[in-house]
Design a protein around this ligand. Sequence first.
Ligand code: FE2
Length: 370
Amino acid sequence: MSEDFLPIKSIDHVELYVGNAKQAAHFYRTGFGFSHTAYSGLETGNRQSASYVMEQGKIRLALTTALHPDSPIARHCHLHGDGVAVIALEVPDAASAYQETTHRGATGAIPPTRLEDEHGVFSFSAVRAYGDTLIKFVDRSQYRGAFAPGYQARGSQNGAAARSRHKGIGLAAIDHMVGNVELGAMNRWVAFFAATMGFSQLVHFDDQDISTEYSALMSKVMQDGTGKVKFPINEPAEGKKKSQIQEYLDYYYGPGVQHIACATGDILSTVKQLRQNGIEFLRVPTTYYDELESRVGKINEPVDELAELGILVDRDDEGYLLQIFTKPVEDRPTLFFEIIERHGSRGFGKGNFKALFESIEREQALRGNL
Ligand code: FE2
């Protein structure tokens, strides 16, 4: 477990396959504050797909769409709707990452590949994770171009203008990415991340922690050796009515990424701007804020402002955290985002699960899926 056979530098990017990347790019720019920094498509000689790289802080999203119906990207969208197809991790050696993980039981998806252009060498490989999700290993240490070979830079790449634009509305980094898997499959994927990638289990939640009158789920959080990369895995648990995880699985047509949590240093300002930009969030009843400080203790943020924005608070032994969840960002009730600001706590907001899941259930009921 302590052997670092898979050193990970960072989450390099997350690639979403979408039905219309041009329109998705507009949504992530005007809604979430991302900047468009690189493009690949017909104009750059890509005859198969179009891809928009969007950046904010250290977060990089690639929004990719197919240009033809027989493309695997088109098939992915047809089956799953818009969603996360690739979680890319930056590693020092993409070939070694492939060998080490496949040797330990991961299924190879893209064997080690080197792409070269006038900007250098870009190396990558990929293995299969839950559902149709790929984990890609990227080595860009010898590459100086925009994103990857085949992409052209968009917008100003240097200088104060680019730096301030990349700050966007304060989304700084990916805090964690959660996968939903089928009933009974959570432990298999926990074992996958432990065995093939050397991750260890940080925490687990069972259906006692995460259960409301209707909905229940189980969750285990896997993280890499440095604690920089955290992948919680959820599975549905038996409840009176349909688990929110089962609703996801039914509409995504299989396992996949449920939410991407983005860290901010100023959640009040970030969420204020997201709301102004039209991003919709789950709401908890205003009674949540009655006696909030008697539950979570003293916090730096004014409770009335948190209440106005619908931001949730949780505390554990190490500190507290502030968090809020968007509604799904597609018509299918699948992928959504979390905005999180940590003040010492390394948890996931266990104290908010009940209020939150009751809110999710109200939305599920509106969709006729409870
Ligand atoms: Fe989360």
